[in-house]
Design a binder for this molecule. Structure first.
Ligand code: NAD
Length: 486
């Protein structure tokens, strides 16, 4: 594709593809080749205003559509997503860089959210008590809240938007999605398919852009709630600003996830799971394993096997079926990763495998090979910060208690994993680990759509998490009616 015939993306507002009124655009790259795939508009206040007007008008009708009718559209959407599974997975790989296998799995995760949302008739039910006093009854009814804004990150172009708009819409809200400006293509395809499934105009809108659209959503009086997923500083800002403007906000943030490996662990399983969790999706997952804590005598053998396994990973374009490790998202992110590797060396961690030296890291595309540091400690920046790249730190301790204490010093608390055969250790881990999503002998314990995505501490701002019953609570408000029968 030559740059002259590269498409310029449009916003999707009121069921129509409209050109942004902004004159500012950003290139969308294929991170494996550095080729420009499209130009995305960095939309302005006028674009957002048009989307809010359309969403507000559509809400008046959509919120009154019978819940089973709303659900039926989601059933059709689910079928379309299944039909287009491969096309969607390829698009994810193209704009995000993750391997096709990972992208295929991501589409599945998105579809599962739609399946959950299609249960709206049950999810939207209220409660009654016929006798709160003599001849007096009380009932609770559930209603949508209005126009909802969704702001999403680059690392899951399908799954994260699907945490938001299918459920919000099923609950009777209208939705304005501001996808990541680095991976906007898939979002447009999701909207096209939603329209094909029969969603009325104005119920789902897409406004492309960056902070200007985000600030507009946060400040607009007609936007009633904000769902955000992204890095920690932006999540905290979105939470504070959204709340200051009177909105309900759920803001899912960054992470630093620890995997504790006990001496009795099945080492082959632990290595396989950790390698997948640390280097899959180029480490750009909020549930990535970024620190291994080796307990006791298993340390040396574990480290040796992790390095061997990392040496055997195939690095390359995610569309190549043999590829395990694709590129990171952009050149500056690669440079930031390289700076962290330099920092780790200066801080005195032992660099066992250096992803800067892989041949793919020298050529086109934003590749960094798997990188492993041993003897990492909590004073080091490489332990403290979310690097969000294929860089794995290993720390050594003597007991499970020390391992949990080390992991709990992190400001982040999204996920944590334990590898063991001991029920006692599992219980100790579950009861004492500060993290919202735990895994036992599992590398990426991301909950399915019917459970909450449940980060703690600086990994989450808000009270109601994404997905599951929390998601339904977040996207609805309740009305109580108390009646006396004379
Ligand atoms: P990011 O914070 O850079 O961007 C997220 C969204 O916020 C994008 O739509 C972006 O346009 C917008 N944004 C960025 N800077 C902004 C600013 N200054 N003001 C207003 N809006 C701004 O995040 P990213 O790099 O796209 O995604 C990676 C991050 O997301 C990682 O930290 C990862 O851990 C996190 N993440 C968390 C979860 C979770 O469930 N906790 C899931 C996926 C990703």
């Amino acid at each position: 594709m030559s740059e002259t015939n590269v498409q310029t993306l449009k916003n999707f507002i009121g069921g129509v593809w409209v050109e942004s009124s902004s004159t500012t655009f950003a290139p969308v790259y294929n991170p494996a080749t550095e080729e420009i795939l499209a130009h995305v508009p960095l939309s302005d206040a006028a674009d957002l205003e048009l989307a809010v007007q359309n969403s507000r008008e559509a809400f008046k009708v959509w919120s009154k559509v019978a819940v089973p009718r709303r659900a039926r559209i989601l059933f059709r959407y689910q079928q379309l997503l299944v039909e287009k599974w491969e096309e969607l997975a390829k698009l994810i790989t193209l704009e995000n860089g993750k391997s096709y296998t990972e992208a295929y799995g991501e589409v599945q995760r998105g579809i599962e959210c739609v399946e959950f949302a299609a249960g709206a008739p049950t999810l939207m039910m209220g409660k009654q008590l016929p006798d709160i006093a003599t001849n007096i009854e009380s009932g609770m009814f559930r209603y949508p809240i209005g126009v909802v804004g969704g702001i999403t990150p680059f690392n899951f172009p399908m799954m994260v938007p699907c945490w938001m708009f299918p459920l919000a819409i099923a609950c009777g809200n209208t939705f304005i999605l501001k996808p990541s400006e680095r991976t906007p293509l898939l979002a447009n395809r999701l909207a096209e398919l939603m329209q094909e499934a029969g969603l009325p105009d104005g119920v789902l809108n897409i406004v492309h852009g960056a902070h200007e659209v985000v600030n507009g959503l946060l400040e607009h009086k007609d936007v009633k709630a904000i769902s955000f997923v992204g890095s920690q500083p932006v999540a905290e800002y979105v939470y504070r600003s959204g709340a200051a403007h009177g909105k309900r906000v759920q803001a899912l943030a960054g992470a630093k996830n620890h995997s504790i490996v006990m001496p009795d662990a099945d080492i082959e399983n632990a290595v396989q799971q950790i390698i997948g969790a640390a280097f899959g999706s180029a480490g750009e997952r909020c549930m990535a394993c970024s620190v291994v804590v080796a307990v006791g005598e298993i340390g040396d053998e574990l480290v040796q096997k992790l390095v061997e396994a990392a040496n055997n990973l195939t690095i390359g374009n995610g569309l190549d079926p043999n590829t395990f490790l694709g590129p990171v998202i952009r050149g500056p992110h690669k440079e930031r990763t390289v700076t962290y590797i330099e920092t780790g060396e200066k801080e005195g961690a032992i660099l066992l495998r250096d992803g800067r030296r892989d041949p793919e890291a020298e050529g086109k595309g934003y590749f960094v090979g798997p990188t492993i540091f041993d003897r990492v400690s909590t004073e080091m920046k490489i332990w403290q910060d979310e690097i969000f790249a294929p860089v794995l730190s290993i720390a050594r301790v003597n007991t499970l208690e020390e391992a949990i204490e080390l992991a709990n010093q992190s400001d982040f608390a999204n996920g944590a994993c334990l590898y063991t055969d001991s029920a006692k250790a599992i219980r100790e881990f579950r009861e004492n680990m500060d993290a919202g999503m735990l895994g036992v002998n599992v590398g990426v314990p991301a909950p399915m759509a019917f459970f909450p995505f449940s980060g703690w501490k600086k990994s989450f701002y808000g009270d109601l998490h994404a997905n599951g019953a929390d998601g339904v609570e977040f996207y609805t408000r309740k009305k109580m009616i108390t009646s006396r029968f004379l």
